[in-house]
Design a binder for this molecule. Structure first.
Ligand code: NAI
Length: 358
């Protein structure tokens, strides 16, 4: 069996830190086991263009493993060339790098390691909310520059207490964000999701559901995006929706870059319609050097909390998604049933309800 894995390059860090399991160097800890079972294991970060290791090997690979942090984009065109492909495994959470409808048509299963990094992301979301609301990044930059002008920072720094925070998507991550926000005494926690939380769960975090997206964003001081990327969420936060945001709201997106319109967000930040934008996900990864989100600022020169895609790849998370990837592979090899929560596309099509209403 040929197993192809597209992972990110870890370089010196991965040689020094073996717990960087999601790298091409440390290979999710799978090589020894897979080879001892007689399987071929191709691992690379080279994923763009017809001559890439990804595209050359996808034609006869039976298993594709890719990490969302450095995704091998399995387009419909590549699905049609992948004649031997039976299963795609996402080493992490979020399988939008696979054209899921094409996978259904081709009978390819798609699984992810559900839950493996949801706490990692929820913690990052709370940090991102705080760093925007409290105007942290410009304050730190000022210190590094050797300057000291408290009023320049304080003029745009607020408390999270008393604000309305809303999540688009109240699944594993969105719900954990709400749980973690409870002690901050926000004015209200609200959510927008076509799947209502069970009453007891909503009550436990004190969250109210708002069914209309425009009405939802109009009530939020902070919006955090925690839904998967699919046909119904691509470009969801666009110029039109941003007009309904409260003037000066903060937006955090650790879900997927393409859920937010790149140029509309940059324009809203520039005009002050948004006070800040923060997150770790980009519409193409790695993000081009000149991507507007790298440098976009609000009129006061702050409001940018962007980082590379790493919130869900802490060392703790890597241990969990490496173990989960192996477990999915073992089930596949033994022909035993997969854990239901990991199955995005099963033998009969979509098994999850999280990738859009269909
Ligand atoms: P989940 O499946 O537990 O929850 C997703 C929720 O979004 C579900 O409740 C679903 O009903 C809701 N949803 C789907 N479409 C929606 C729409 N149009 N409007 C409102 N809600 C909608 O997924 P989980 O574990 O919470 O992860 C969510 C996403 O976060 C992943 O799909 C992935 O894209 C992203 N993620 C990012 C990571 C990072 O490192 N930045 C790491 C892990 C996940």
């Amino acid at each position: 069996m040929k197993v192809l894995a597209i992972l990110y390059k870890g370089g010196e860090a991965a040689q020094q830190e073996p717990r960087l399991l999601g790298t091409i160097e440390n290979q999710l800890g799978l090589r020894e086991w897979l080879e001892s079972e007689g399987h071929e294991f191709i691992v690379s970060d080279d994923k763009e263009g017809p001559d890439s290791v990804f595209q050359k090997n996808i034609v006869d690979a039976e298993v594709l493993i890719t990490t969302p942090f450095h995704p091998g984009y399995l387009t419909r065109d590549l699905v049609s060339k992948a004649k031997n492909l039976k299963i795609c495994i996402t080493a992490g959470v979020g399988s939008d790098h696979v054209d899921l409808n094409a996978a259904v048509d081709a009978g390819i299963e798609v699984l992810e390691v559900s839950g493996s990094n949801v706490v990692s992301v929820a913690e990052h979301v709370v940090m991102s909310i705080l760093l925007l609301v409290r105007n942290f990044v410009p304050a730190h930059e000022m210190i590094e520059r050797g300057d000291w002008q408290v009023s320049d920072i304080a003029r745009n720094a607020f408390d999270l207490e008393g604000k309305v925070v809303g999540t688009i998507g109240a699944g594993r991550i969105g719900y954990r964000v709400l749980q973690r926000l409870r002690p901050f005494d926000c004015k209200e926690l609200i959510y927008y999701d076509y799947a209502p939380l069970p009453d007891a769960a909503a009550k436990a975090v004190g969250a109210r559901r708002v069914a209309d997206l425009k009405e939802f964003v109009a009530q939020c001081d902070v919006v955090t995006v925690n839904c998967p990327l699919h046909e119904g969420t691509r470009g969801l936060v666009n110029a039109e929706l941003l007009k309904s945001f409260k003037k000066g709201a903060w937006l955090v997106n650790t879900a997927r870059g393409a859920i937010c319109d790149k140029d509309a967000v940059a324009a809203a930040l520039k005009s002050g319609q948004l006070s800040g934008y923060s997150g770790d996900v980009w519409d193409v990864q790695p993000a081009p050097k000149d991507h507007v989100w790298r440098t976009a600022k609000n009129p006061l020169g702050g409001g940018n909390g962007m980082v590379p895609h790493y919130s869900g790849t802490t060392l703790d998370a890597q241990a969990r998604y490496a173990a989960g990837t192996r477990s999915i592979l073992e089930n596949y090899l033994k022909g035993t049933d997969q854990e239901p929560q990991n199955v995005i596309i099963g033998r009969k099509g979509y098994e999850t309800k999280a990738y859009g209403q269909r």
